[in-house]
Design a protein around this ligand. Structure first.
Ligand code: AMP
Length: 288
């Protein structure tokens, strides 16, 4: 069922709750691919009813980012969701979500959720000022609209999941956050809606991200723990096709920097290929 209005989602969820049914929410920006579908499948396994939100959230894009050209494929998304037996696809307009407020990054008129400085002043937050404020604000709004028992997020956006778990914990939001593994193409390329911007050659060049991460994991498994040494192994993979933004090895639960990697470390990378900003990550020990 495709719903555009907040009040209609609320009414339907209220009915479900009366019947004692559990509700799962999968927040997405649409342009659904197998990564999103894996979250939806997990939600269907876990919950009686599943809501997928499909909303390109303007307030998480910076002024020079790709909000206008971000792929929008609602009809196809609805078709894919029907195939997974999703109960509601919630696709609000920006006006429905933000009303008369300014809908670009600006806190002149909107109450924002601002994660702590430590969490947003690192990794993706360094180059994407305000991004995680926009993410947390829309996610908390979706939580308040749908009031799910569970919400499902991908490890693909590992920093995002950590920040959302922190928000849920700090603000006593009564929702279980479930993290799902990264889905990749057979080549190793992590699925992303932004892969649509890449040419065939760009997709090949983009394999460097997963290659760098896998190599770091292999080196760690062979006993190299010095973070600088592990990071240096990346250089042999990079060419002039790659514009690296960051490569970091941090604690996978807290994002804290370390000088020595350990079994709780995660390696994260952001790199531009054909001017498309791609991210990926890997746990140094198992579970990927
Ligand atoms: P997005 O539509 O990009 O905002 O992503 C919606 C959700 O899908 C987020 O929780 C992402 O982490 C997750 N996701 C995106 N790509 C993948 C992937 N390749 N594997 C698993 N989850 C993913």
């Amino acid at each position: 069922m495709l719903i555009h209005k907040i009040e209609e989602v609320r009414a339907q969820v209220k009915e479900w709750k009366k019947e004692g049914l559990s509700v799962g929410l999968v927040p997405t920006m649409g342009a659904l691919h197998a990564g999103h579908l894996s979250l939806i499948k997990k939600a269907k396994e876990t919950c009686d009813k599943v809501v997928v939100s499909d909303f390109v959230n303007p307030i998480q894009f910076g002024p020079s980012e790709d909000f206008d050209k971000y792929p929008r494929t609602l009809d196809e998304d609805v078709r894919l969701c029907s195939g997974e037996d999703v109960d509601i696809v919630f696709a609000p307009s920006a006006d429905e979500m933000y009303g008369g407020n300014k809908i670009r990054l600006s806190n002149d008129t909107l109450t924002y959720v601002c994660p702590p400085f430590f969490y947003v002043n690192t990794l993706c937050g360094k180059s994407r000022t305000g991004h995680f404020d926009g993410v947390c604000t829309v996610v908390l709004k979706l939580f308040n609209i749908v009031q799910p028992d569970y919400a499902f997020f991908g490890q693909k956006d590992a920093q995002q999941v950590i920040i959302i778990k922190k928000m849920v914990n700090d603000l006593n939001v009564p929702i279980n956050i479930i993290q799902c593994p990264i889905i990749r193409e057979e080549s190793g390329l992590a699925l992303s809606s932004r892969n649509k911007y890449l040419t065939e050659q760009g997709k090949k060049d983009a394999l460097v991200l997963s290659k760098i991460l896998n190599n770091i994991k292999t080196c760690y498994s062979k006993g190299i723990t010095d973070v600088s040494a592990l990071k240096e192994t990346a250089y042999s993979f990079l060419t002039d096709k790659h514009d690296m933004e960051y490569l970091e090895i941090v604690d996978r639960d807290t994002l804290e920097n370390k000088t020595k990697a350990d079994d709780n470390s995660i390696a994260l990378i952001a790199c531009r290929v054909e001017n498309v900003r791609l991210i990926d990550n890997i746990y140094l020990k198992e579970e990927n």
